[in-house]
Design a protein around this ligand. Structure first.
Ligand SMILES: CC(C)(COP(=O)(O)OP(=O)(O)OC[C@H]1O[C@@H](n2cnc3c(N)ncnc32)[C@H](O)[C@@H]1OP(=O)(O)O)[C@@H](O)C(=O)NCCC(=O)NCCS
Length: 430
């Protein structure tokens, strides 16, 4: 089936085959123009558009909504990736570049795009779709649930330097080196791969993402790392285990330095690398405030310090949203904290994940199959997506009324099974 094929129309009364279609290769510039306009960005020049192609942007997965005048008015993209889940990984669609022109909003274009895209994701047998929602209310109606959270960390570098032992419990280890883009590219690629494998919620990077982070090209949201500083951290054996990109804003008050340093991302293969990169960032002269974006909500950073309050965690918010399309494939791809058996009734108004499934799961793996047995839990598919990575506990979802407990004790069982040692997290946008 193609994205504008007949079976999609069969499943959505309000979708017409002509309203959403895949773009032709020579429409990429126009399509990106729609995305940039919707996201209040400036137009991209010819070279930047060509960079998209060069870095493996999957043009055949660019969907466009077409207005009554035949011109493109909406956009949605997905790329194939692997999503790290507790104890494993699952094939996923990374959804991005979604936007509708301000002149065409609230006419159902996004709904048509999402339906066509989900049909295509199902057709490609990607059990899960993930995205980062610009605004909270947009994607729940399409079956996405908030699966990971992130926060920002602000560090008072002046107070840290004045604290006992320079503020840190552990003495410094390894070494930091400022590097150019050429040296940074292989380092960030390698370290990110290690970080994403050890952290549920991360996805595989495309060359497109690596280039954005390294500053070879601007990222989707217009951020440009080209002028930023890049550092690598080597452990005592000389292996690169961490990298960071940062920019500084120099400021002086009453002839004293009050500069601000912003790091994003900070990527690390180990906790030690993470700690040492933060130590470095906080040690840069003339800097009194260090901000690090998109950190995990259970970041150990405050615990590394004598005075943990020198670090402030803020801007906590939903980050990656997950949409399960194939329940057996998704639930059997992860491992669980405790052994258990659950029958989960999934309600998916769009039809992809509907059904009742028996989950037999434990620390070594899981099986998940359709069943006619009595349900223990009844959930909308968006709630299942929220619980999938262990980010939102079943108990919290039940307290919010997102889950019906059909058998007493099932919520507690599910909460224990799906829980993870650390909060799932994704350290970047896509
Ligand atoms: C968000 C956006 C894509 C919505 O597109 P759209 O074509 O207007 O959406 P639709 O007309 O298909 O709306 C579908 C439903 O979602 C609701 N909705 C859409 N955007 C919403 C928003 N930002 N907040 C709350 N509800 C929203 C609509 O009211 C509608 O509800 P209804 O079915 O109950 O009437 C578009 O407004 C846009 O491009 N915004 C700026 C860029 C952006 O946020 N992109 C998403 C990046 S993740």
């Amino acid at each position: 089936m193609t994205v504008d094929g007949a079976d999609r129309v069969d499943r959505a009364d309000d979708v017409t085959a002509s309203s959403v279609r895949a773009i032709a290769s020579d429409e990429l510039a126009e399509w990106l123009g729609v995305v940039r306009t919707a996201m209040l960005g400036s137009p991209l020049d010819h070279d930047t558009v060509e960079e998209y192609r060069r870095t493996g942007f999957e043009v055949d997965r660019c969907l466009a909504a077409v207005g009554a005048d035949g011109r493109l008015c909406g956009a949605a993209h997905a790329f194939g990736c692997e999503l790290t889940v507790p104890g494993g990984a699952v094939a996923a669609a990374g959804v991005t570049h979604v936007g509708v022109l301000p002149t065409h909003r609230r006419q159902g274009h996004l709904t048509r795009l999402m339906r066509a895209q989900l049909d295509d994701v199902a057709h490609r047998a990607e059990p899960v779709a993930v995205l980062i929602a610009a605004e909270y209310p947009i994607y729940g109606r399409y079956g996405y649930g908030p699966a990971t959270e992130a926060c920002g960390i602000t560090l008072d570098a002046t107070a840290l330097a004045a604290a006992l032992n320079g503020g840190w419990h552990e003495p410094p280890t390894g070494s930091v080196e400022l590097v150019d883009t050429e040296a940074f590219l292989p380092a960030v690629t390698d370290v990110y791969e290690q970080q994403r494998r050890r952290t549920p919620g991360h996805i595989t990077w495309r060359q497109y993402d690596v280039d954005s982070v390294a500053g070879v090209r601007p990222s989707t949201d217009g951020a440009n790392n080209r002028a930023a500083s890049r550092v690598v951290w080597r452990d005592d054996a000389g292996r690169i285990q961490g990298v960071a990109v940062y920019s500084v804003r120099s400021q002086w008050d009453a002839n004293r330095p009050r500069g601000e340093l912003r790091a994003n991302p900070l990527v690390a293969a180990t906790d030690e690398a993470e700690r040492e990169l933060v130590r470095y960032l906080a040690s840069v002269d003339w800097i009194s405030t260090v901000s690090i974006g998109l950190r995990p909500i259970d970041d150990p950073l405050p615990l590394w310090l004598y005075d943990g309050r020198v670090a402030t965690l803020g801007d906590r918010s939903d980050h990656v949203w997950a949409r399960i399309l194939d329940v057996p494939a998704a639930l059997s791809a992860r491992r669980y904290a405790t052994d258990g058996h659950l029958v989960i009734d999934v309600n998916d108004p769009l039809g992809y994940a509907n059904g009742r499934f028996a989950l037999d799961a434990g620390t070594d793996g899981a099986t998940c199959t359709p069943t006619t047995a009595q349900a223990d839990l009844v959930v909308p598919v968006a709630a299942l997506g929220a619980a999938y990575l262990g980010g939102l506990s079943w108990a919290r979802l039940a307290a919010a009324g997102w889950v019906d407990e059909a058998r007493s004790g099932a919520v507690a069982t599910a909460a224990a099974m799906f829980s993870t040692p650390r909060a799932p997290w994704c350290g970047h946008t896509f």
